[in-house]
Ligand binder design. Structure first.
Ligand SMILES: CC(C)(COP(=O)(O)OP(=O)(O)OC[C@H]1O[C@@H](n2cnc3c(N)ncnc32)[C@H](O)[C@@H]1OP(=O)(O)O)[C@@H](O)C(=O)NCCC(=O)NCCS
Length: 170
């Protein structure tokens, strides 16, 4: 499994895999499949090129099989110490081989490019045991459960918020 940062040239493969994630697991992500596939290829490529976000991909040969995104806000100085991890997904055929862990380790390392960022945050649906375990293995700690964080149809989903403090002695 090769891990590298995605560039706008990876946009078609990224679009395909992200759409698959949202279709397969609508309950685990904030964005809907319909919203994502409605975005133009140019919009997604522009989103991928932003200086305030990056996406890492896991490749099996040339095929993109995993993704994870990190982003930060620059419009609010009081939020500048935090970055968000989102869009974590490994295709089912590539799971259980350490791809998510390898992808996340590289993403955590890459978040250090932003000198102000001191911690990574994420939210995970409480019944998503495999993802919660992955994040705990990486050092993320839960700091609260948000009841009814998302409403999907007539069903509510609770989320655990988790944080990882970066060692910023560099
Ligand atoms: C969660 C997910 C990203 C894990 O991907 P993966 O490549 O299979 O995970 P890895 O093989 O790197 O496993 C790393 C760690 O995650 C945990 N983990 C992964 N799959 C697990 C499972 N089925 N059950 C329990 N723990 C699991 C374990 O702690 C594992 O470490 P270990 O093997 O040393 O015990 C993948 O199952 C997935 O894409 N799920 C659907 C989308 C999703 O839930 N995204 C997260 C949204 S917040």
């Amino acid at each position: 499994m090769n891990i590298r940062e995605l560039t706008p040239a990876d946009a078609p493969a990224f679009r395909e895999l992200r759409a698959r994630a949202l279709k397969e697991h609508p309950e685990y992500f904030g964005e809907t499949y319909e919203h994502f596939v409605g975005r133009s290829p140019g919009d997604v490529a522009e989103w991928m090129a932003s200086a305030n976000s990056f996406i890492f991909g896991a490749f099996d040969g040339n095929r993109l099989v995993g993704i994870a995104r990190c982003s930060r806000r620059t419009d609010s100085p009081r939020d500048a110490h935090k970055a968000q991890v989102t869009s974590v997904y490994i295709a089912p055929e590539a799971r259980g081989k350490g791809a998510a862990k390898a992808l996340m380790l590289q993403l955590i390392q890459a978040a250090r490019r932003w000198s102000e960022v001191e911690e990574l945050r994420l939210a995970v649906v409480v019944d998503n045991e495999s993802a919660r375990k992955l994040y705990r293995t990486l050092g993320f700690r839960g700091f609260g459960i948000e009841p009814r964080a998302m409403k999907i149809g007539d069903k509510y989903v609770d989320e655990e918020h988790m944080a990882l403090l970066l060692d910023r002695r560099d």
